[in-house]
Design a protein around this ligand. Structure first.
Ligand code: PLP
Ligand code: COI
Length: 339
C-alpha cells in the first residue's frame, strides 16, 4: 500500500492512518485483549462516564523520521508516566508502562507509511484513556477504554516557525490550584476554545493564561508551556496548575547543560514578561514557538522585532537534533523504531 498524502502541505489536522489500537478493561482490569484494527468508529453508550462526566485523559507524542529515513520515538515512557498520574487523579485504572511502550512502537511500525519525510512533519500519536461504563450517578466507571490513533501532522501554529502573537487574557482562567490543570484531562481543553477563537478573530494565535488566584502570574500558552529569557537566564512558570510538559523538561535540560544558561522555575508575573528579552512556548505539537508579540490590555510588547529569538532558535535546533537522532543521545531520550 502506498499512501496518498500531500507532504508539502501538512498542517496540524487529522489525517487518519491505517491502524489504531483498542483495548478495554473487563470488570475494571486490563486482560490483554487489546488489538490493532483499521482506523474507524467505535461504539459507546450515550450514558458512558467519559461523555457525561468527562472521565477521560489523552496524551500526545510524535514519531520522527530523520534524513536517513530512520524513525524514532522521543521520551515516550514520560507519556505513560504522566497518563498514569492523571488516571489516579481521575479515579481511573493505570496502564502498564512497558505495554504502553510496546503498543506505541507497534503502532508506529504498522503506520510507518504515514510518517512524514524529514523536514515535512511528524506522525502525531494520540493515546486516550476513558470511562466507558454507562451510568447516571456521578461515580467512576467500572470499565475503561484505552485507544491510540495517529495522524501525520505539520506545524501547530499557522505561522509555521514564524513568531506567534499572543494576548494575556484578563477574561478567562485555564486551571485552578489543586484542580486538574496539571494532568491531560480532556475537560481542560474545551474551555480554551472560546478564548482562542476570540484571539484568532483579532489576528492573534492564542492566549496566555494567568493564575486563578492572583490573576498575575503566567500559567500557559493554550496547550503549550511558557518560557521567558532575560540575559543568560531562562525562566519558566513553576509547577502547580500547569501541565508538566515533556518538551518543557527537555528545554530546561538543554538550556542548562548545553547552552550553559541559568534555568529558574518560579512564579513569572506578566510585568516581568512585558520586560523580557525573549519569550517562547514549548510542547509536543508546538515544538518551540518563538513569541513575537504579547499584548495585555492596551500594552503591546514586540520581541526581537518579530523575528525568531536567538535562544528559541538554538533550543529548537538542538531539540530537533535529539528528536531526529542527529545528536549523541546523552540522555537516552530517543528510541529507534526498526520498521
Ligand atoms: N500544556 C498543555 C496544557 C498541553 O496540553 C501540552 C501538550 O501536551 C503542553 C503544555 C506541552 O506538553 P508536552 O511538552 O509534554 O507536549
Ligand atoms: C501536544 O502538544 O501534544 C498537545 O497535546 C497539544 C494539543 C492539545 C494539540
Amino acid at each position: 500500500m502506498t499512501v496518498n498524502i500531500d507532504w508539502d502541505n501538512l498542517s496540524f489536522s487529522l489525517t487518519p492512518t491505517a491502524y489504531m489500537y483498542v483495548e478495554n478493561t473487563y470488570e475494571g482490569c486490563w486482560v490483554n485483549e487489546g488489538a490493532f484494527r483499521p482506523f474507524g468508529e467505535i461504539a459507546i453508550s450515550p450514558a458512558a462516564a467519559v461523555l457525561n462526566y468527562g472521565q477521560g485523559l489523552f496524551e500526545g507524542l510524535k514519531a520522527y523520521k530523520n534524513h536517513d529515513g530512520k524513525v524514532a520515538l522521543f521520551r515516550h515512557r514520560e507519556n505513560i508516566k504522566r497518563m498514569n498520574e492523571g488516571a489516579m487523579r481521575l479515579s481511573m485504572p493505570t496502564y502498564d508502562e512497558d505495554k504502553f511502550m510496546e503498543v506505541i512502537e507497534e503502532l508506529v511500525r504498522k503506520n510507518h507509511e504515514y510518517i512524514p519525510p524529514f523536514g515535512k512533519g511528524e506522525l502525531y500519536i494520540r493515546p486516550t484513556l476513558w470511562g466507558t461504563t454507562p451510568l447516571l450517578g456521578v461515580a467512576p466507571a467500572k470499565d475503561y477504554g484505552f485507544m491510540v490513533f495517529a495522524s501525520p501532522v505539520g506545524p501547530y501554529f499557522k505561522t509555521g516557525f514564524k513568531p506567534i502573537k499572543l494576548r494575556i487574557t484578563k477574561s478567562y482562567h485555564r486551571a485552578a490550584p489543586k484542580g486538574t490543570g496539571n494532568i491531560k484531562y480532556i475537560g481542560n481543553y474545551a474551555s480554551g476554545m472560546l478564548p482562542a477563537k476570540k484571539a484568532k478573530a483579532e489576528g492573534l494565535n492564542e492566549v496566555i493564561y494567568l493564575d486563578a488566584v492572583h490573576d498575575k502570574y503566567i500559567e500557559e500558552v493554550g496547550a503549550a508551556n511558557f518560557f521567558m529569557v532575560k540575559g543568560n537566564t531562562l525562566y519558566t512558570p513553576e509547577r502547580g496548575s500547569i501541565l508538566k510538559g515533556i518538551t518543557r523538561d527537555s528545554v530546561m535540560t538543554i538550556a542548562k547543560d548545553i547552552l550553559k544558561m541559568e534555568v529558574i522555575e518560579k512564579k513569572v508575573s506578566y510585568e516581568e514578561v512585558l520586560d523580557a528579552d525573549e519569550c517562547f512556548a514549548s510542547g509536543t505539537a508546538a515544538v518551540i514557538a518563538s513569541i513575537g508579540h504579547i499584548q495585555y490590555g492596551d500594552r503591546v510588547k514586540i520581541y526581537n522585532n518579530m523575528n525568531v529569538g536567538p535562544v528559541a532558535q538554538k533550543l529548537y535546533t538542538i531539540l530537533r537534533e535529539f528528536q531526529h537522532m542527529q545528536r549523541e543521545d546523552i540522555y537516552g531520550w530517543s528510541k529507534e523504531i526498526i520498521i
